[in-house]
Design a protein around this ligand. Structure first.
Ligand code: SAH
Ligand code: SF4
Length: 340
């Protein structure tokens, strides 16, 4: 069976040639897939019954399944999606009350090789890359299930997007052209894969690059993120400066605040100093507890002090709202499994 989800208009037109159907049919099917987000060929009601029967012999809209779905008290929805080979990833839909935005937090890999000490995904190790079609299926699944159109995408689910860059860039292209989600509404978050950041700089990426910094001190960062030993802060900083210079874009610096580890006043001052000459906004992420890990959430008082110091240094700072923690859907809590 051939799968329709993930095919662009040209590919659908070529497919329709095989069926002796017109380009207009391809356009209709394209709308059914990306705008109306149907799951079955029979739902494509402006195609004749005979033609649908013919298509059904060799075509399927999708082969992914929703394995579980959990709805948080704050409206966040977490899906565990199962692919054809039985591997699963999580995808999260976040709604923010005061905005019309619907943000999908998508995964780029099953598991992750980077193995950050605070992250549930990292604990699972690396299983495999997702194909670009498997990435976009996550957004289609949300749209099919809710009947809503996703407006924003963050690559902040499982996996390190820059270690699966070809598929991530192809998915990005489909989000732009087929879903009509503008590049500026898409954010790619990375743990800091320096050569890939340099590649993105040369390519003129239009989406937002977010960098998971979490500490501006080599020793502490290495304790949190083993990748610091491969691409240390000084190399990362040069890559980020290069990125900002070539792209002209402001980056987002993500910083998880962990109680008594990196949330002290001197940590804030050190961070302010590290990013002084970097065109960036800062997103502070209060640590979300993960089972069996010793790290703790910061106090509200410490979060505010930290924020204040960075703001005084001239940076725009936001504190990430915790979404879906009651269903383990918050940052870093995604494991891609039903249970341990
Ligand atoms: N691998 C990429 C993208 C996925 S993680 C990256 O690391 O950037 C998305 C964000 O969630 C990252 O900033 C990550 O550091 C953060 N995160 C991971 N575990 C977390 C936890 N337990 N609490 C809060 N944020 C966490
Ligand atoms: Fe991988 Fe990101 Fe988790 Fe680190 S924080 S283990 S890079 S998913």
């Amino acid at each position: 069976m051939e799968i329709l989800a993930g095919l662009g208009l040209n590919e659908l037109e070529n497919l329709m040639l095989k069926y002796g159907a017109s380009k207009f049919r391809a356009k209709q099917i394209h709308n059914w897939i990306y705008t109306n987000s149907v799951s079955e060929i029979d739902e494509m009601t402006n195609l004749s019954k005979d033609f649908r029967e013919e298509m059904k012999k060799s075509l399927l809209v999708t082969d992914v399944k929703i394995k579980t779905k959990q709805v948080s008290s704050d409206g966040t929805i977490k899906y565990l999606i199962e692919y054809a080979d039985g591997e699963c990833v999580e995808t999260v839909l976040m709604r923010f009350d005061n905005r019309a935005n619907l943000t999908a937090c998508v995964s780029s890999q099953v598991g992750c090789a980077v193995n950050c000490s605070f992250c549930a995904t990292g604990k699972r190790g690396f299983i495999r890359n997702l194909t670009y079609r498997e990435i976009i299926e996550q957004v289609l699944t949300i749209q099919r299930d809710t009947g809503l159109k996703v407006t924003n995408i963050v690559f902040m689910g499982q996996g390190e997007p820059l270690l699966n860059l070809d598929n991530v860039l192809r998915a990005l292209n489909i989000f732009n052209t087929d879903f009509q989600i503008g590049a500026r509404r898409i954010t790619i978050s990375t743990s800091g894969i320096v050569p890939k950041i340099n590649e993105l700089a040369d390519m003129g990426l239009q989406s937002t690059l977010a960098i998971s910094l979490h500490s501006s001190n080599h020793k502490n960062r290495a304790e949190l993120m083993p990748i610091e030993n491969k691409y240390p802060l000084d190399e990362l900083k040069s890559a980020l400066l290069n990125y900002v210079e070539k792209s002209g874009k402001r980056i987002t610096v993500e910083y998880i605040l962990i109680h008594k580890f990196n949330d002290k006043i001197e940590d804030a001052k050190e961070l302010a100093c590290f990013i002084k000459d970097l065109k960036c906004n800062v997103n502070l992420i209060p640590y979300n507890p993960v089972a069996n890990m010793a790290y703790k959430k910061p106090s509200n008082d410490d979060i505010m002090k930290f924020k204040c110091i960075l703001e005084h240094s001239g940076k725009k700072v936001t504190v990430r709202l915790e979404r879906g923690a009651d269903i383990d859907a918050a940052c870093g809590q995604l494991k891609g499994k039903i249970c341990d």
